[in-house]
Ligand binder design. Structure first.
Ligand SMILES: O=C(O)CCC(=O)C(=O)O
Ligand SMILES: [Fe+2]
Length: 316
C-alpha cells in the first residue's frame, strides 16, 4: 500500500483512499489479526441496523436529530476530501446512537463514521508520520512510563494541557493536514460543536492501556465535549459512574491496569457501560460525563494489533 507523505494534498488523500478501496491493504490485513471484523462484515452489521450490539446499555436509541451538510467553523473555505465524501453520502448517513447516561450526561456513538478503507489510509498516515512519544509521568508520587504512545496538537495561544505531571508540547494543526480534514468531518457532523486541541494515543498491542480517569481538567470547563475517533485494533472502552471515593486524582490511574482497579457497582448495571470501539468509529462524550463518570481502555490479552485513538477537545 502506498505510504503517504505528510504534505500530500487532501485530493491525494482521497485518491489514495480510493485506490486503497480497490486493493487489499497490508495494514488492514496485519491488524485484522486482533479479532477485528472485515469491511464486508462491518457493512453487513451496519445494514442490519442493530442498536448498539456492542454497547452494554438498554438506553441506546437512534438520534432523529442527525443532520449533515453544515460546517461549524469553516475557517478556510476549502472543502476537503473527507468532508466532501461524508457530505456526498449524507443520504445514507451512518447510524448515530445516543446513550443517555442520566443526570445530564450522554454519549453519541457512530460506528461507521469514516469509511473502512479511508480509515486504514489514515491509520497508516498517523502511525508513520505522527511524532509519537512515550513520556515519563508521575502517578501517586512515583515516576513511570505512560503505558501508551502519545502526541498533542493544539491551536496556538491556548492554556497548556497538563496531566499526571506531564505537560506535552503542542504541535500545530498545519503540521498534519489530514488531522484538519478529520476535524472538518467531525464539524460537519456536529455543526454546533467546536474543537481546538487533540490528544492522540497509540496502543501498541494488548499491554498498552489507559487507566481510569476523567478528562475533567479545568481548561475544558464544566461540560467538556470530547469527540473520540478510533482506528485499527478494536479495544474496549469502559465507562464507570464516579463514586465519592473516586477522587479526581485517581485520574488516569496509570499505576495499575484498569481491570484491577474496577470496583463492584452497588447500584447495578447502569453504573457501567462497555463499548467495543470499531475501526473508523466516533464516540462523543457530552454534558457532565467527565464530572460524573470515569473511563478507561483496559489491557486486553487478545488485542494484539495497534490501535490509534484521537480525542478532539475544546480548551476554553
Ligand atoms: O483511547 C481511548 O479510547 C480513550 C483515550 C482517553 O481516554 C484519553 O486520551 O483521555
Ligand atoms: Fe480520557
Amino acid at each position: 500500500m502506498a505510504r503517504m507523505n505528510p504534505h500530500n494534498s487532501t485530493a491525494d488523500l482521497l485518491s489514495e483512499s480510493l485506490q486503497a478501496a480497490n486493493e487489499p491493504s497490508d495494514v488492514a490485513s496485519k491488524n485484522l489479526s486482533c479479532g477485528q471484523i472485515t469491511n464486508e462484515e462491518d457493512e453487513s452489521l451496519d445494514k442490519q441496523n442493530k442498536c448498539c450490539s456492542d454497547i452494554v446499555s438498554d438506553s441506546c436509541k437512534d438520534d432523529s436529530n442527525y443532520k449533515t451538510g453544515l460546517n461549524c467553523h469553516q475557517e478556510d473555505q476549502r472543502r476537503t476530501s473527507l468532508v466532501a465524501s461524508i457530505v456526498e453520502t449524507s443520504h445514507d448517513a451512518p447510524t448515530r446512537r445516543t446513550i443517555d447516561l442520566g443526570h445530564g450526561s450522554d454519549l453519541i456513538y457512530i460506528q461507521r463514521f469514516l469509511p473502512f478503507q479511508k480509515s486504514w489510509t489514515l491509520f497508516d498516515y498517523l502511525d508513520k508520520h505522527i511524532p509519537w512519544t512515550r513520556p515519563t509521568i508521575r502517578v501517586f508520587g512515583r515516576s513511570c512510563l505512560q503505558p501508551r504512545d502519545t502526541c498533542y496538537v493544539a491551536s496556538s495561544g491556548l492554556t497548556p494541557l497538563m496531566y499526571s505531571g506531564y505537560r506535552p508540547d503542542a504541535y500545530s494543526w498545519d503540521d498534519f493536514p489530514p488531522l484538519k480534514d478529520i476535524l472538518d468531518a467531525i464539524c460537519v457532523a456536529f455543526p454546533g460543536s467546536r474543537f481546538n486541541s487533540l490528544l492522540l494515543n497509540r496502543y501498541n498491542g494488548a499491554n498498552d492501556y489507559v487507566g481510569w480517569h476523567a478528562d475533567d481538567e479545568k481548561l475544558y470547563g464544566p461540560t467538556p465535549e470530547i469527540a473520540s475517533l478510533s482506528f485499527g485494533c478494536e479495544r474496549d472502552f469502559v465507562l464507570k459512574k464516579k463514586k465519592l471515593q473516586d477522587s479526581s486524582r485517581e485520574k488516569r490511574g496509570e499505576g495499575g491496569p484498569a481491570k484491577k482497579r474496577l470496583k463492584k457497582s452497588s447500584s447495578g448495571e447502569e453504573d457501567q457501560h462497555s463499548f467495543a470501539l470499531k475501526h473508523g468509529s466516533l464516540l462523543v462524550m457530552r454534558g457532565y460525563t467527565q464530572r460524573d463518570w470515569i473511563h478507561s481502555v483496559p489491557k486486553r490479552a487478545k488485542a494484539e494489533g495497534t490501535r490509534i485513538n484521537l480525542t478532539f477537545r475544546l480548551v476554553l
